[in-house]
Design a protein around this ligand. Structure first.
Ligand SMILES: N[C@@H](CCC(=O)N[C@@H](CS)C(=O)NCC(=O)O)C(=O)O
Length: 196
């Protein structure tokens, strides 16, 4: 049996929720309250030393990090190409997502949406980084429908989770038309549901 430690609000848990639904993988979900501190609680750290979600346990095998979980659960499915080079490209985009997209869009979105008081210098720190990342996505998607090959994959799930937050993070998606059209393509995938 697969146990999925989940929490609302998080883009990283949303990635795993979406994949589980789209691949119809049977599992038990344990919902934790991030705001209430359940994810940092001692009891959860005993199960998950990373003290973060998402996290999965399958027959004693435990795995943290949203994109590692997507790659693990997506193996052998239509969401992960079998070809080694295509897999390399999927991983490239998923590393890029964690390095360049997640924090630059996710943190400003969190502060703005939930009214967290924050030093304006921090918004200024992340703004150009987010714009630079969105420009990379825009240039790539101007030439193609999906991040890798000609099909929706776990790379699209990973990148969608935080790039959809661009408006809440204070960015105008009108400046990124190819990204906007790609997001509509993702939303049209069977089993898709919204983060909120
Ligand atoms: N790089 C990790 C990030 C995990 C992470 O930061 N999770 C956040 C939610 S998005 C969390 O558990 N926060 C709880 C806390 O900080 O107390 C991933 O991709 O899964």
């Amino acid at each position: 049996m697969l146990t999925f430690y989940d929490a609302p609000v998080s883009g990283n848990t949303y990635k795993v929720r979406l994949l589980l639904r789209q691949l119809a993988i049977p599992h038990e979900a344990v919902r934790l309250d991030i705001v209430g501190g359940e994810v940092r609680a001692k009891e959860f750290r005993k199960v998950n030393p990373f003290g973060r979600v998402p996290f999965i346990v399958e027959d004693g095998f435990a795995l943290a990090e949203s994109n590692a979980i997507l790659l693990y659960l997506g193996r052998g499915s239509r969401l992960l190409p079998g070809d080694v080079r295509a897999q390399g490209l999927v991983q490239q985009w998923m590393f890029f997502e964690q390095n360049q997209v997640e924090t630059a869009l996710g943190l400003p979105r969190l502060w703005r949406k939930f009214g967290v008081e924050q030093d304006p210098a921090l918004f200024e720190h992340y703004r150009p980084r987010a714009v630079a990342a969105l420009k990379v996505l825009e240039r790539h998607l101007a030439q193609r429908d999906w991040f890798v090959g000609d099909a929706y994959s776990v790379a699209d799930i990973a990148l969608f989770a935080y790039s959809q937050m661009a408006p809440d993070a204070g960015h105008d998606l009108g400046q990124f038309p190819a990204v906007s059209v790609w997001m509509d393509r993702v939303r049209a995938q069977p089993g898709w549901f919204s983060l909120e």
